[in-house]
Design a protein around this ligand. Structure first.
Ligand code: ADP
Ligand code: MG
Length: 696
């Protein structure tokens, strides 16, 4: 199939082919993201109005919208300018008034001649002791009353698009929707009692009551499923394409892993063991691994990463781990080197700082295979970096990697297995949408011996008290992070804030005890400041959010965050995760600038209530929505018209399983159902998937 299937042509035609839509209206529709009849199909009524005929308005619980047949009795043109025009009418049992402001008398006389019968529908309320309907929504001839649906759908509208125009256009679009073959698993459709696609469309556009508007109504669920299924099909196709690999399984011998385990001062948690097993199994298969390791801060992802890297080495190849910052890359090297040494494995670091001869020497050693494990920043994926036999690429702390970026990265080590590690727990609904192309391992257990961090909210007005307490704590040998506020987007002002705080703390606590790191600092000074803190020479580290990810100093037991309300929940959770790593009781002080906004307070309270990263992530999602949690631009997060990414998690899981199964059973989408699925991909504008199926 090289182009859009012909059955879809009518609904991909221009909007102006619909009755009542001219050039101007078509333009206005764009404000609703509607460019073709197809888009109208997936724009469903947001609410509805009960327009059932009633014999009389008498006895109705006013105010309410009512539809009645009336006799027109008398006109009362306004007695003064600005007064309304009134028309007396009566239904079977009582009289009431129709009220019009700024009405044209001749028009009203034509619409409502005295002595005739009309059906009127609109909101009725009591005013000055008389029931009134101000500006009826509908005025119809008695013989036209069949045209008014008992439940009138109300669509989302925009300036210049009236409900009438919208309803008519939507109805015309539905009328041209083709019948399409079933793409969903027939067993699933039967089990869920979903209508076929076409019937679902018709029903979703013709709700018979509020129950039909609920996301759980069968027609709507079905249409939401189709959207999710199309997205998951794309992800499943990406996954299939990426998993293709010319047999290069990396089979672990366990030899090096055993040596490292012996050198470790602790035992891996059950979750770590399970993750290592899942990764080893993937690496041993002839399919290419594409796995996400999700673990809360401090859950011990680094050890899992090392074990995976050792699988690559045991199999005779190399592994690389990329960290987002220089500091983290160095820290990884520091942590991993002793362990690698104990197993006789050669580990090196490569960052943007490597230059000239030294860099060349490293690259040569890497190309010869003399370096077995490389850690570094994105410098490890520069064009001139070649590996002797790269088996595994690990990306640490990159929860903002989108599908497209991951694909670009995969192109580097063509046969390498890929492991992405994220420190921010992602709610299941989002990980399904964003990482549906990957397999997922979860570290849902923290290493033993951690004491909970006690978290408190403190007003900035109490800064002096906080500093005094800090002084006592430092005297007891404790170490603290002091995170400076994000003043605004500019790094310069963050910097000023950090420098000022540094000076003030140095004045209060003494020379040589306080360190400072921020993004602008020359790298060598940054390293020196970090190293001094790690070694315990400095007791307080003033920092901008550069310490957010990964940094591990077990002796640090105090975290002060200034202007905590200006940080996001996930970020605060990350920052707090820097403490509570040793046996020492840890404290996190969230300093805020009063007055707190409602949502600011809520965020800080959630943090005080729980340390469970998954729960925090769910709350974050509920408060901010998916786009903000992941950052829509980078995330490549799909935008659905009907499906609710945040709430329809179970439906998404169904779609994922269904999509993976279909691609496994029918990789070329060649069967009848496969063909139907192709049509769905076109219908849902899944360009990426369409390109993949047309090349392979
Ligand atoms: P993260 O998942 O945040 O990257 P790390 O890998 O940095 O976590 O581990 C956090 C700390 O926990 C480190 O000091 C590490 O040595 C320690 N650690 C990791 N696994 C275990 C374990 N099974 N038992 C005890 N401590 C562990
Ligand atoms: Mg880490």
């Amino acid at each position: 199939m090289s182009g859009r299937p012909e059955v879809l042509f009518p609904i991909f035609a221009s909007l102006e082919t619909l009755p009542g839509v001219g050039e101007k209206t078509a333009k206005l529709f764009q404000n609703l993201d509607i460019e073709t009849p197809r888009d109208l199909l997936f724009t469903l009524p947001a609410s509805g109005v009960d327009r059932r005929m009633r014999p009389t308005v008498q006895g109705l619980p006013l105010p309410m919208t009512a539809t009645v047949e009336v006799a027109v009795e008398r006109h009362h043109p306004p007695r003064a300018k600005g007064r309304p025009y009134r028309v007396d009418v009566s239904d079977d049992a009582t009289a009431f008034q129709l009220v019009f402001f700024h009405a044209r008398e001749d028009w009203l006389k034509k619409q409502l001649p005295i002595g005739v019968r009309r059906v009127v529908s609109g909101r009725i309320e009591m005013f000055d002791g008389i029931a009134q309907m101000v500006h009826p929504d509908h005025i119809l001839l008695p013989e036209e009353k069949g045209e008014l649906p008992a439940f009138e759908p109300v669509y989302p509208l925009t300036q210049g698009i009236t409900l009438k125009v919208m309803t008519k256009a939507a109805a015309a679009a539905v009328a041209r929707a083709p019948d399409l073959a079933e793409w969903a698993d027939p067993a699933l459709v039967a089990r869920e009692a979903w209508p076929p696609w076409h019937e679902a469309l018709v029903r979703a556009h013709a709700p018979e009551g509020t129950a039909d508007l609920a996301p759980t109504a069968p027609a709507r669920t079905r249409l939401a499923y189709d959207e999710l299924f199309a997205h998951q099909l794309t992800l499943a196709l990406v996954r299939k394409t990426r998993r293709k690999r010319m047999g290069h399984p990396s089979v672990a011998t366990g030899r090096l892993q055993a040596r490292v385990l012996k050198a470790l001062p602790f035992r891996p948690t059950a979750a770590q063991e399970r993750a290592v097993r899942e990764i080893s199994d993937d690496m041993a298969s002839d399919k290419r691994m594409n796995r996400l390791l999700q673990g809360d801060v401090g859950s011990g992802k680094t050890l899992v990463a090392l074990m995976a890297l050792l699988v690559a080495v045991e199999a005779g190849g190399q592994g690389v781990m990329m960290a987002p910052t220089e500091i983290l890359a160095r820290q990884h090297l520091q942590g991993l080197k002793p362990l690698a040494d104990s197993a006789g494995v050669v580990i090196e670091i490569l960052t943007g700082r490597d230059k000239g001869v030294e860099r060349r020497a490293k690259l040569e050693a890497l190309a010869r295979g003399d370096i077995q494990i490389l850690v570094g920043t994105h410098a490890v994926f520069q064009d001139d970096v070649t590996f002797h036999d790269l088996r595994l690429a690990i990306i640490d702390e990159q929860h903002r990697f989108g599908v497209a970026q991951r694909m670009a990265l995969g192109a580097k080590g063509e046969k390498a297995d890929v492991l992405v590690m994220t420190a921010t727990p992602i709610p299941r609904s989002l990980s399904l949408a964003q990482y549906g192309d990957m397999d997922i391992s979860i570290l849902n257990e923290k290493p033993p011996g951690r004491t909970p961090v006690s978290t408190a909210l403190v007003s900035a007005a109490r800064l002096d008290e906080v500093v005094a307490h800090l002084k006592d704590a430092v005297a007891e040998g404790k170490q603290a992070y002091w995170v400076c506020p994000l003043v605004d987007e500019s790094e310069v002002s963050d910097l000023t804030a950090a420098e000022e705080r540094f000076k003030r703390l140095r004045a209060a606590l003494g020379e040589g005890i306080v360190g400072l790191v921020h993004g602008q600092l020359p790298v060598t000074e940054k390293d020196r400041a970090m190293a001094a803190f790690v070694a315990g020479e400095t007791k307080v580290l003033v920092a901008t959010t550069v310490i957010e990810v990964g940094v591990d100093v077990p002796n640090a037991s105090i975290m002060v965050i200034e202007r905590a309300e200006s940080f996001g929940l996930a970020q605060l959770h990350q920052l707090r995760g820097r403490v509570g790593r040793g046996a020492e009781k840890s404290t996190c002080l969230l300093m805020y600038q009063p007055p707190l906004t409602e949502s600011g307070r809520r965020r800080l309270e959630i943090l005080r209530e729980t340390e469970d990263g998954f729960r925090i992530a769910e709350e974050d999602l509920a408060m901010r929505g998916a786009g903000d949690v992941l950052g829509t631009a980078q995330s490549g997060l799909p935008r659905f018209r009907i499906a609710d990414l945040e709430r329809q998690t179970a439906l998404q899981a169904m779609a994922r399983d269904d999509a993976r199964k279909l691609i496994a059973d029918d990789p070329d989408l060649a069967t009848d159902r496969g063909q139907a699925a192709r049509v769905l991909l076109w219908l849902m504008k899944q360009d990426q998937a369409i390109r993949m199926i047309s090349v392979g």
